[in-house]
Design a protein around this ligand. Structure first.
Ligand code: MN
Length: 203
């Protein structure tokens, strides 16, 4: 694993290809209250790029352009939260989305365990640490343990996308999953508009 840590923005001339894994770390899970602290990105090549976002947010044109790029596919685990955080704090996220949590729920119907660590363990035989999950991501200097944890959340999403994609195809639910991914931007807008806990499809 190779970790690159940056302040405020990705460096110029960093080419991450056409499919990137993204995760975010925040001060908490409340969209309106908690700020974005860290954006992690990987091209699936074992390298993790960590961008620290300061409390007094500074412009991040490279990160913003990458998120907005329609030609770059974005992989997430629980995209609903990350998309809302990124849109609210950085800018619109364009391009195809793949959410490993939604994919897992649609094809791994034999279990109710859909956490990233569970998927890594079962599908990849890979253990990832969850110990730093609730640490202080707003700290000015992130510890080695925090950086390693944050990187672990993006390093395996490409492999999981491949495994889950095959399982969705086997279950004949790939098109359904893709329709769900396409709806995520609207689901996120609903969250931001106050419909977070209301199921508008329910009777
Ligand atoms: Mn994470």
């Amino acid at each position: 694993m190779n970790i690159h840590l940056y302040k405020h923005d990705l460096p110029d001339e960093l080419d991450l290809g056409t499919s990137i894994a993204i995760d975010t770390e925040t001060m908490g899970l409340n969209l309106g209250r908690d700020r974005l602290c860290l954006v992690q990105i990987s091209a699936g090549d074992g390298q993790a790029h960590l961008v620290q976002i300061a409390a007094e947010m500074q412009p991040c044109p490279n990160l913003k352009a990458l998120l907005a790029d329609k030609e770059v596919e974005k992989l997430f685990h629980f995209a609903r939260f990350d998309l809302a955080m990124l849109k609210h704090h950085i800018g619109p996220v364009n391009g195809a989305v793949f959410c490993t949590k939604i994919a897992s729920k649609l094809c791994r119907t034999y279990t109710d365990r859909h956490s990233l660590s569970e998927l890594c363990r079962e599908l990849l035989g890979q253990e990832i640490s969850k110990q730093q999950q609730s640490s202080d991501w707003g700290a000015e200097e992130l510890t080695q343990a925090q950086q390693k944890y944050a990187a672990g959340d993006v390093l395996y999403l490409h492999q999981l996308r491949d495994k889950l994609g095959a399982m969705l195809t086997r279950a004949d639910r790939l098109a359904m999953a893709q329709a769900c991914f396409a709806f995520l931007a609207t689901r996120t807008d609903l969250d931001m508009a106050g419909f977070e806990t209301l199921d508008i499809f329910h009777h």
